[in-house]
Design a protein around this ligand. Structure first.
Ligand code: CAA
Length: 374
């Protein structure tokens, strides 16, 4: 078993680190303070080819694997957690459903435009009355001639208003649970599609999150992703690998907190109490990283990885939250002042325990996988 990164992964990580430090990190504090979209950072990511990390080269992407993707998101999140989640959602749940379930025509139509960043991707599953219980969603997709007409409201949509393409889940069949759900590719410019309320969040201020309103949205059957009734499987599979990206984001926030508090301790001196806290944080970070890399490794090799992705998401995000709080505690009053990176890490880390499946949902998934017959 080789726990060293292969030269191509190490080289890619070094390249993303350089971009993150030079073109992402300089904007992080301002983006947080002003609650504004990090367009300079996203542009830098776009120009560096980071919007098509998982997309095969034949469709204009980099054709890299899940481990490279996790490394990429960790590096971006170490610099700016908002930029990281924008790029993460685009590459994973905003793009992967097409990569995994799209037919050749859909791949040729959409993937090159997603790979270049011409279109930003987003994922619309949650609704006001269905978050964790995703199979109870109410948005309808009524058959109409050669296509569908969608009506409903989606909530907590990352990249809302900025996305050029939404992967939307709606009820097309009579089954009231998962089997009645289909997935659709919906360009943002489609008539009847609009951004609703944009939420004011405690953290990740640069990442727009809000409602997606669908009013009599006509979608051709050619935009249905996968078979009719297969939508829930599309969502669950996309979320499995999406959770590896969120693990990377958590590792990035945690690493930033550890690096920043270490620099502070070197500079101002430190006692044994703080040394112990730092040591525990570093050990927890390393264990979380191994879980994330393992889940990514399994995913990249086409092996089952649902359980490992949920374990990774649970552990990495809880670890990031704890490390962010511990780093702020060591930093003391300086860390608690608004605008300090320590308090930003605490605010940013919280969302990760909630989105792409709350950590309660991760426990449900892990227990189910463990208790499966056989
Ligand atoms: N991979 C592929 N298919 C899967 C799957 C997986 N991991 N898990 C389930 N399925 C499919 C199966 O085909 C299954 O059918 P079978 O019974 O024939 O196997 C079908 O889906 C139904 O599965 P379940 O019976 O397990 O469905 P459930 O209703 O019990 O699911 C749940 C429960 C796992 C908690 C699920 O509702 C869930 O994951 N909820 C969380 C949703 C979530 O993560 N939302 C985040 C939205 S994105 C976001 O956060 C914002 C953003 O933009 C980042």
């Amino acid at each position: 078993m080789d726990l060293e990164l292969a030269p191509e992964h190490a080289g890619f990580r070094a390249a993303v680190r350089e971009i993150a430090q030079s073109a992402v990190q300089p904007w992080a504090a301002e983006v947080d303070r002003e609650h504004r979209f990090p367009h300079e950072a996203v542009q830098a990511a776009t120009q560096s080819g980071l919007m098509g990390v998982l997309i095969p080269q034949e469709y204009g992407g980099a054709g890299l694997d899940a481990l490279a993707f996790a490394l990429c998101i960790e590096e971006l999140a170490t610099a700016c957690a908002s930029t990281a989640v924008i790029v993460d959602v685009h590459n994973s749940v905003g793009t992967e459903p097409i990569l995994l379930f799209g037919d050749e025509q859909q791949k040729r139509t959409w993937l090159p435009r997603l790979a270049t960043g011409e279109l930003l991707g987003a994922f619309a599953l949650s609704e006001p009355s269905s978050g964790s219980d995703a199979a109870s969603l109410k948005t309808t997709a009524r058959r109409d001639g050669g296509g569908y007409v969608l009506n409903g409201t989606k909530v907590f949509i990352t990249n809302i208003g900025r996305a050029g393409l939404y992967v939307v889940f709606a009820r097309s069949g009579s089954d009231e649970r998962a089997a009645g759900i289909s997935a659709f590719i919906i360009p943002a410019e489609t008539r009847g599609v609009r951004a609703g309320q944009v939420f004011h969040k405690m953290g990740l201020h640069g990442s727009p999150t809000g409602e997606l309103v669908l009013e009599d949205v006509r979608v051709p059957a050619a935009n249905r992703l996968g078979a009719e009734g297969e939508g829930f499987t599309v969502a669950m599979r996309a979320l499995d690998s999406g959770r590896i990206g969120i693990s990377g984001q958590a590792l990035g926030i945690a690493r930033a907190a550890v690096e920043e508090v270490s620099a502070m301790m070197r500079e101002r001196g430190h006692g044994q109490g703080d040394d112990f806290t730092l040591a525990e944080a570093a050990a927890r970070l390393e264990s979380a990283r191994l879980l994330a890399y393992h889940a990514a490794w399994l995913c990249g090799r086409g092996k089952p990885f649902t359980r490992e992705a949920s374990m990774s998401k649970l552990h990495c995000t809880d670890t990031a939250m704890q490390i962010a709080i511990d780093a702020l505690q060591i930093a003391g009053e300086d860390g608690a002042i608004s605008g300090s990176s320590f308090e930003r890490h605490v605010r940013d880390a919280k969302a990760l325990q909630i989105y792409e499946g709350s950590n309660q949902v991760q426990r449900v998934v892990i227990a189910r996988e463990l208790l499966k017959a056989g």
